[in-house]
Design a protein around this ligand. Structure first.
Ligand SMILES: [Mg+2]
Length: 253
């Protein structure tokens, strides 16, 4: 029986800057009337946790800030814990959280979805640091996201380019890393098989969750593309039209 639902946010709860049809009602009803634990997990790294929280509440979702589970915070802790000073290729929105005055001698490379900040000069500086042994850290390796009806490159292709050139492997903090999913599951004291991941990214959300024993549903909203269902690594995972169908499919059982 499901005890925890992990909702991906972008493409599952909203798209094109508006909530998915009936998603607000479904989430708010679960929050109010069910005993399920709900967490909202995202690899989005163009916004701070506060910005994500504000946008969800502005859409009408009744969520607590403590229900947001983002890798940005985990990445900050990890840097501090390991005494790493990052060279950052990140979105300007995240700069206040990652860049301080002592970033002039970096010994690690952090790459998140940097949008216009991805440029040759920055990528080359990162490449040089990696050649000198600095670790490469990323929020996710998502290939693309969808905004305003258009597919846009996410951080993944840039991380892979750096890995390829410097012959290194990035440490991924967010989805689909097993430790990220397990940290979410452990945070509410559930077991993996009691957890359902609802996502629009077949690799990061669905296959990532399945690989650590969670149940998973792929929704046909957001970045979903025809044929994504063929990429699911399990015959048990469901594919549904939207988060509304995902919730009802599991609550009926
Ligand atoms: Mg998504």
């Amino acid at each position: 029986m499901i005890k925890l639902i992990l909702f991906d946010i972008s493409g599952v709860l909203y798209e094109n800057n508006k909530p998915i049809r009936r998603a607000v009602d479904v989430v708010n009803q679960l929050q109010q009337e069910s005993t399920l634990s709900l967490l909202f997990v995202t690899n989005s790294s163009q916004m701070t946790e506060q910005m994500i929280y504000t946008s969800l509440t502005n859409f009408g979702f009744h969520i607590e800030k403590s229900q947001l589970f983002t890798p940005t915070t985990a990445l900050k802790h990890l840097l501090k814990e390991r005494g790493l000073t990052p060279f950052c290729i990140i979105h300007p929105n995240l700069e206040p959280e990652f860049i301080s005055s002592d970033n002039d001698k970096p010994n690690a490379v952090v790459v998140t979805d940097a949008a216009e900040q991805f440029n040759y000069s920055k990528l080359n500086s990162a490449f040089e640091l990696l050649l000198n042994g600095a670790p490469l850290l990323g929020i996710g390796r998502n290939k693309y996201f969808k905004r305003g009806g258009k597919f846009m490159l996410d951080a993944g292709p840039f991380i892979v380019a750096l890995e390829y050139a410097a012959d290194v492997e990035a440490e991924i903090i967010g989805k689909p890393s097993a430790s990220f999913f397990m940290a979410a599951v452990d945070s509410v004291g559930c077991r993996p098989e009691q957890t359902l991941m609802i996502g629009d990214d077949v690799e990061a959300d669905v296959n990532g969750a399945l690989s650590v024993g969670l149940q998973a549903v792929l929704v046909k909203t957001g970045k979903y593309r025809k044929g994504d269902e063929q990429k699911i690594n399990s015959v048990d995972a469901k594919v549904v039209d939207s988060v509304v169908g995902a919730v009802s499919a599991f609550l009926e059982h």
